[in-house]
Every structure is written in C-alpha cells, then in structure tokens.
Design a protein around this ligand. Structure first.
Ligand SMILES: Nc1ncnc2c1ncn2[C@@H]1O[C@H](COP(=O)(O)OP(=O)(O)OP(=O)(O)O)[C@@H](O)[C@H]1O
Length: 350
C-alpha cells in the first residue's frame, strides 16, 4: 500500500463539540492516510467517532462541532480551512461523495429516479439531451437495475430498499467522485441484499477507479470488500493494517474483542472474550489507553500513558503497550488463537 500515492491525508486531527457549556472531544488526535484506489474500512462500536471523522472530510459536521487541531489535506487544499458552504461545494459530491444508511433521505420523493441521476450527469459530466439520457441508462445498468427505460420514469417509492440504495449509489457515481464514503451502506438491508450491495460497490470501485471508505460497526461485513482496516475506539484509531493483518494478526485487545464477536469464532461453542463495561466519557480527559478499564490484559502503564503506534509490519500499526519490547507475553483465548492460526494458513495459501 505504501507504494501507492496518497489521495487524502488526515494529520493530528482533533474535533470537539460544544454541548450545554461542556466540551466533548469526539476525535482525539488522529492521523490517517488514504491511498488512491484502495478500499479502507473504518470499524468501531457506536460512538467511537466513525461518522464524525468522515463528516469532517465532507464538510457535514454539525454547527456545534469544530476542528480544534490538525489538517485534512486533499489535492492542494487543507479542508479544515474551509469556512463557507461555497468552499465545500468544490469538494462535496464532486470529489468526495457519500452513500448513507438510509437512501430515502438522499432521494427526492417527487422526482423520477431517472431525472435525479440525469441532473448529476448534466452537472458533473457536462452531457446534454440524448447523451445525458443514455449515460443515465448506462449508470442504472451499472448498478444492477434491469428494464432501465421503464425504471427511469419511476419514483423512489416504487423501488425496494435495496434498489433505492442502488439508485443512491448511481447518483453518487454520476458526479464522478474520486472518493466514495459508504456510511453503514447495508445496515438497513437484509443479509442477502447486503452481500449484493457490497459486491456491487466492489465492482464499481474497480470499474471507476474509486477510492472507497466504508464505515461499519461490523468487522464481518468489511472482510470481503476492504483492502485495509482502521479500528476506532473512543475517538482514536487504535489499530490499522491490511485486512488480513488486522483479521488474522490483530494486536490491540479491543481488536481481539471485536473479532471475538464474529460468528466464525462464536460457532466453536467456547466462551467468548466479550467486551464488558462501557466506552469512556468523552467529556472528560482520557488518561492512558482509553480501552484500559475494559481490557483484561491491561498493564499498569495502560492507565497512565497513552500508547503510541507500534509498528507490526510496513503496513500494520497498533497502539497497545503490549507491543512494547518489555511487555509480558499474553495468552490469547483458545478460539481466537485457533482463528488466527487458521486465517494465517489460509492467507499463506491464498
Ligand atoms: N453534534 C454533536 N454534538 C455533540 N456530540 C456529538 C455530536 N455528534 C457526535 N457527537 C458525539 O461524538 C461521538 C462520536 O460520534 P459518532 O457519531 O461519530 O460515532 P459513530 O462511531 O459513528 O457511532 P454510530 O455507529 O452510532 O454512528 C459520540 O460520543 C457522539 O455522541
């Protein structure tokens, strides 16, 4: 991944919200590079800061939120310096587009879906008349919709949830973005449709050379589509690596906890290493490793000092004191150990 060129660079980002006279720090000094053409999944439980992080990239932070520190570099701009809606319109949709969980919020119920896609084609691809119409039909085909002439003339309510998600994806693609953010794109859909939409996004990524960011709380969902995974906890990225590295050689105990909730591990019938307790209060200053109070492997230093990123490989980093050369060796739960071994064998054969 390192040889690829960087398309977006988040550097030392801190984002805070003001709420009833108090300050909540939602993003706590995050740095993350995104590489051209890759598919990155940002994974973490509810409240870990996934949405806030991507909203800051696309200029959709709520009014009470602001960047307290850091830079977001995209092309020649630092996006944290953008102040007006006019600034963001240079980027949003056109360069960086977003597909959200609920397609109905992004579709106009009073306009045919064909017109809605075509408007973007006209605006962003500079096509007119018959050409714009043909391009719209092609986009509908690209997102797996059949009978496109008839479908062009229909309204959002005439489509199922999965089909509406395909239309939202077609609109996003029609704007020719370089980066596509998918925020829990399949959460509202049933399992079979979920798999189809993920496969569609993967195909479109290749066809259009997109760079994709997936946000999800479910590691299982992204295993098949992501090249890299960034694991978030309490406003920080605590582990990042290629998908197989995080999946089969995860290093942070929070990553282990997330992996333990995968059905593949549960199926073995052994007791799971479950995450007890709750995430920290982001209104308060966090000392040490934010996961320490919930971490059965926590060391004394975890409660005192925030761990830096320790390098596991050229592409794999984790913020856990367990990677310090002087840290004691820990014994993983049996089922997780077996999962890692099986996975590494598979990755090797693969
Ligand atoms: N406008 C806001 N005002 C105050 N706090 C906010 C605001 N938006 C988000 N937060 C807080 O920032 C933190 C991160 O929220 P965020 O929505 O990014 O989490 P998430 O990981 O995307 O969770 P989910 O999966 O539930 O969407 C949470 O503690 C949340 O309460």
């Amino acid at each position: 991944m390192q040889s690829k060129s960087r398309i977006l660079s988040i550097q030392n980002l801190i984002i805070q919200f003001k709420l009833r006279g108090q300050v909540l720090t939602a993003i706590r000094d995050i740095s993350l590079d995104l590489y051209k053409g890759e598919s990155l999944a940002i994974v973490g439980e509810s409240g870990s800061g996934k949405s806030v992080l991507v909203k800051s990239i696309i200029g959709l932070l709520e009014k009470n939120g602001s960047v307290a520190q850091g830079r977001i570099l995209y092309k020649e701009d630092d996006l944290t310096k953008f102040e007006t809606e006019k600034d963001w319109l240079k980027i949003r949709g056109k360069e960086i587009a977003m597909v959200t969980q609920d397609p109905m919020t992004s579709l106009n119920p009073l306009k045919t879906i064909g017109k809605q896609i075509e408007e973007c084609v006209v605006l962003h691809q500079k096509l007119k008349g018959k050409e714009a119409y043909q391009r719209t039909l092609q986009l509908l085909k690209d997102v797996g919709i059949h009978d496109v002439e008839k479908r062009y003339k229909q309204y959002p309510h005439e489509f199922s949830g999965g089909m509406r998600q395909r239309i939202v994806i077609a609109i996003a693609i029609a704007c020719n973005p370089k980066i596509l953010i998918c925020d829990e794109p399949t959460t509202a859909l049933d399992v079979t449709i979920q798999a189809q939409i993920l496969q569609l996004l993967k195909n479109l990524q290749q066809k259009y050379g997109l760079t994709t960011i997936y946000i999800t709380h479910d590691l299982g969902v992204v295993a098949k589509v992501a090249d890299r995974i960034a694991v978030m906890y309490a406003g920080d990225i605590i582990e990042v690596g290629q998908t197989h590295e995080v999946f089969f050689n995860g290093k942070h105990p929070y990553t282990w906890a997330l992996l333990s909730s995968l059905p593949q591990l549960g199926a073995k019938g052994e007791e799971l290493y479950s995450i007890k307790g709750t995430p920290p209060n982001l209104f308060k200053e966090i000392k040490g490793d934010a996961f320490a109070p919930r971490n059965p492997y926590a060391l004394k230093i975890d409660f005192e000092e925030r761990p830096p990123f320790f390098k596991v490989s050229e592409t794999h980093f984790a913020k856990t004191w367990l990677l310090h050369p002087n840290a004691p060796k820990v014994e993983l739960p049996q089922n997780l150990q077996a999962f890692f071994e099986e996975g590494r064998r598979f990755a090797h054969e693969y």
